[in-house]
Design a protein. Structure first.
Length: 222
């Protein structure tokens, strides 16, 4: 009789240990899932922050490549901005430090065409047409940077923008086509994209919780 009780007790203990192990494994799996950080491909918020981080890193690289008297101060400012973006990435559940460049694709550099040694060199005909003139600068009110996304630099101050195509003093109007909100700002510095808005300007056109404007209309208005 006592032997039967001992066997029954051992079976109950085995079942209890098994249940605890299963429960513990499930809890561990849930914890691992909840702690997994999202990438830019998983979340629009993470993509916007990654783009902002990449823009600032590109700006710093440009300043280091062609420094001037103000480069050190600009770099220090952008490094502080990058630190704040990383804080936002962590708070949003994104991969901290993930960086992405602007969506614009730089056109490939044309490679010189070499002639085969067996083919004779061609001389230009006297009546050959002149080379086409360089494209004119966009007129005021003309749409520019078609297809560009717009994100924020993370800088404080009055509404402003930075650009890699327009000099300081240029006025741009940026419209978020997803909510039809617009902001008109002056370019104050150089960045790695067509139009990079600071915090105040981005707040005027953003959608709640988003750090990237995918459908943007950018116009040069002054």
């Amino acid at each position: 009789m006592s032997r039967r009780r001992t066997v029954g007790t051992k079976k109950k203990l085995a079942l209890l240990v098994s249940a605890v192990a299963v429960a513990g494994g499930g809890a561990f799996a849930m914890a691992a899932t909840s702690n997994a950080a999202q990438t830019a491909a998983d979340s629009t918020v993470c993509q916007g922050l990654a783009t902002a981080l990449g823009n600032n890193q590109s700006f710093i690289a440009g300043q280091k490549a062609s420094p001037d008297a103000q480069s050190a101060a600009r770099i220090a400012n952008r490094e502080a901005v990058i630190a704040q973006i990383k804080v936002q990435q962590e708070a949003s559940g994104c991969v901290v430090g993930e960086s992405a460049q602007d969506s614009q694709v730089t056109p490939p550099v044309a490679q010189p065409v070499t002639q085969s040694p067996s083919s004779p060199a061609r001389t230009a005909s006297p009546s050959a047409p002149a080379a086409p003139a360089a494209p004119a600068a966009p007129a005021n009110g003309q749409q520019v940077c078609n297809g560009s996304t717009v994100t924020l630099s993370g800088e404080d101050g009055a509404p402003a923008a930075s650009s890699n195509q327009f000099p300081a003093g240029t006025t741009l109007r940026v419209t978020n086509l997803d909510n039809n909100k617009s902001t008109t700002v002056k370019v104050t510095s150089v960045s790695g994209s067509c139009a990079l808005l600071n915090n105040a300007a981005f707040e005027q056109v953003r959608e709640p919780g988003k750090f990237l404007i995918r459908r943007a209309l950018i116009e040069k208005v002054g």
